[in-house]
Design a protein around this ligand. Structure first.
Ligand SMILES: [Zn+2]
Length: 203
């Protein structure tokens, strides 16, 4: 079994090896090797180093403030953002937080580091809005059911199963493998097609 919730809370902040600022764990990137030693860099310091290595002196790191987006059922979701310059691309990540850890809805968009980060951010927000305008699960007489014939979601680690089977995140909601199997039984005898996509792909 992994860490309990209380243990997780105690380790929520980590100091950056470079600027010494204590940042949330999700903003830390572990760098290094056994020979050169390990360093924990905050997103901003990591991006500054990447930009220097890649000769991108014009790259400007931006810290985006959280944004609240309401889904098609009127429920508000607070998205936090992270920017990672991993050459030759720049990734913008959006995620909800639970107990200080990324959870729920998560999105990613990849762009060119020379392009305007604000424009990329705008595209990410559009992507979130599109995703939140659809619900794939609905509550029916048998509990939570598949609303239509397409389900989009994310494959996640299930702490309770020690990673033996996935936990799915559909509509920003955690669904166990067993729950999902139960939902599929409504379609007994039907066929299905499973397509696996990169995190940044449009699903
Ligand atoms: Zn730092």
């Amino acid at each position: 079994m992994g860490m309990s919730r209380t243990e997780r809370k105690k380790t929520q902040g980590t100091p950056c090896s470079n600027c010494r600022k204590i940042v949330p764990n999700y903003d830390i990137i572990n760098l290094g090797s056994i020979e050169s030693g390990y360093r924990k860099l905050c997103g901003q310091c990591f991006n500054a180093e990447s930009a220097k290595l890649g000769g991108l002196d014009k790259f400007e790191h931006l810290n985006f403030e959280p944004v609240r987006i309401v889904d098609c059922e009127g429920q508000a979701h607070d998205f936090h953002f992270g920017t990672h310059l991993f050459l030759p691309g720049v990734a913008l990540n959006a995620f909800e937080l639970r107990d200080g850890e990324p959870a729920g809805y998560q999105f990613q968009i990849i762009g060119d580091p020379e392009e305007d980060l604000l424009a990329l951010f705008g595209r990410l927000v559009e992507k979130i809005r599109r995703a939140l305008s659809i619900k794939h699960l609905k509550r029916g007489s048998l509990g939570l059911q598949i609303a239509d014939q397409v389900v989009r979601g994310r494959i996640d680690w299930d702490q309770d199963e020690d990673g033996r089977v996935p936990r799915l995140v559909i509509d920003g909601r955690e669904i166990t493998w067993d729950q999902f199997g139960h939902m599929l039984m409504t379609f007994e005898g039907w066929q299905f097609k499973l397509e696996i996509l990169d995190k940044s792909d449009e699903s």
